[in-house]
Structures are given as C-alpha cells and as structure tokens.
Ligand binder design. Sequence first.
Ligand code: DP6
Length: 331
Amino acid sequence: MSITAQYIVQQLTQSKQAQIKTQGTAYAPVNIALIKYWGKRNSELNLPITDSLSVGLKTLGTHTSIALCDGQDHITLNGTLLAAEHPFSQRTSRYLDLFRTVPSMGFVVDTKNDVPTGAGLASSASGYAALVLALDDLFNWQLDKTQLSVLARIGSGSASRSLWDGFVHWHAGEQDDGMDSHAIPLTQTLPDLRIGLLTLSAKTKPVSSRSGMKQTVEGLSLYPAWKNMVDTHLTQMLPAIEQADIAQIGQIAEHNALAMHATMMSAYPALCYWLPETLATLQTIWAAREAGLACWATLDAGANVKLIFAQQAQSEVEALFPKVQIVQPFS
Ligand code: DP6
C-alpha cells in the first residue's frame, strides 16, 4: 500500500494539537539550487531521485499570514484575492486539505512574493516553506525545522530547502515514507558570494517544473546519466564550499544547470525553457569569462538566468548587465 501525504501529515502533527492562535505569520527565503533537483521517485510525496544543494537569497522571499475561517478558502496573492478556480488557489487549497482537522475548516491566506510568481525564480519554494511555517505558527505545533522541511517538501520539493538561509543540502533519502528526505543546512558561510538575478521574462513559464520533470524522466531522455552527474557534482561542491572557492562553486553550478537543461532537451517530446534572450545572455557571460570576468550562470525551469560571482567582480557584472538585481546571501 502506498503511503499518502495525509498519513505523513497526521504522523507529524496529530499529537501536537495545542492552543490554536488567531493568526500565523512567517517569512521564508527563495533558494537557488546550485545542484538541481530534477526528477522524482514518488510524485505524491515529492521524493527526489537525487540530492540537491542550494543557497538561500535571505532578503528575497515570501511573507505569508494564515487564519481559520468557516467554509471556502480565501487566498490572496500579492494583494489580489484570487478566484477559487485560479490555479494558484487550487494548488494551495489542495495542499491545505492535508491540514483541515474538520471538513468545514477554511483558511484565509495572504501571501506576498518578492519575486515574480512562476517565472523560474523558485517562488514555489519560498511559498510552501512560508506556508508551512505559518501553519506551524497558527496551530502552534512547534515542529522542528527538519519536520517542517518534510511538510514543505510535500507542497513543493524545492521548498524543503527554503527553511534556512545559506547553503542547504536536501538529502534524497531512501525510505518509502520520505521521513529521511529533508534538507539540512551547511554551517559554512561565504560573505563574498553574490547572486545576480537577470529577469529576462516575468511571464509564468509554459510548462511547470512538476510536469517538466515528468516529461524528462519518462521521455526516453539522457536522464539516466543525470544521477551520476549529480553524484559527481555533489562530491566536488561540498569541498568547494568548505574552501570558499567561488570559482569552483560557479563552475560546478553552471555545469549542473546546463546538464539539467540538456536532459530536458533530450526528451521526446523535447522540453526547452530557454528564450533567444537566454542563450544570448549565456553567450555574453561566456565571452566575458574568456576576457577574464569570474562570473558563472545557473538556470532553473524557466528562461531567466542567475549569476554567481564574488563581490570583487560586482562592478564589472553591473557594467555588463545594468538591470541585474544583486543579492548578498550572507550579508
Ligand atoms: C529546476 O520544487 O518546483 O527549480 O516538487 O514538483 O513542486 P515540485 O517541483 P519544484 O522544482 C524545482 C526545480 C528546479 C531545480 C531546483 O530548485 O532544485
């Protein structure tokens, strides 16, 4: 019998029913994967095939408040009350179904993203992490962050990593119930590290990460090679972080992201999130690097590009990309 998300939620929360508050509030940061999560071994629980590793963007994320009401949910995203049929409301309400203690329990959710929703800037990661933290506050469960990482993962896999700032390693785990599939923060800090966000398109991506992963894994692609690639990148990335080697971190992250996109393009039907501007941006970075600029790129399931560089390269990066939004993950 397969283990359901409902069962996991009950296991974690049923003995924790305490004094419910009138409102729960929380903030969670966006995270950018340096080693990507792409492919699931269980899609109900979002159990990944491989580990992944990210860096949190600290000051960019999602702010969420949640309260109880009778009946239907009321979901407000970035100041707009959404219709119940809106895809964002539907996905959020389906997730909230796991937490209703009586069928008539409704939720009033108010959520604000600092980054465009659904544009490959990982807003679902900060979104579900903030929602889980807000639920923990509302229901007063006082779960630890590892348990909250499991609950956030059920909302969206990458959300398991958004419970912490800094470098975070999501261990794929082996158990069928996924209780060992959660993130763990690394202790290393890297104050010189900069992440640059290049928003080439703020439109919602045409194919969600969720169906993109499925298409890649099932589409007779080069995906079988991906697992080995991730294992290799992880064994290289952990010492690179330990040694605060931003050049090495950038190289591994860029290689990993391009390899992920290559597996998507090798599926049939093929999947390509890139726009002409995406390739043009990558070519600009590669040319600048040939000329000596220490800057690398990573891309998620969208057309936007994120830059990885050290503080020393900041003015050159700004000259090359005047619209870049620069984040200091360890400021
Ligand atoms: C390319 O976490 O959005 O950003 O688990 O189906 O909700 P679901 O997918 P999601 O996928 C993120 C994919 C990625 C890589 C990453 O963040 O590791």
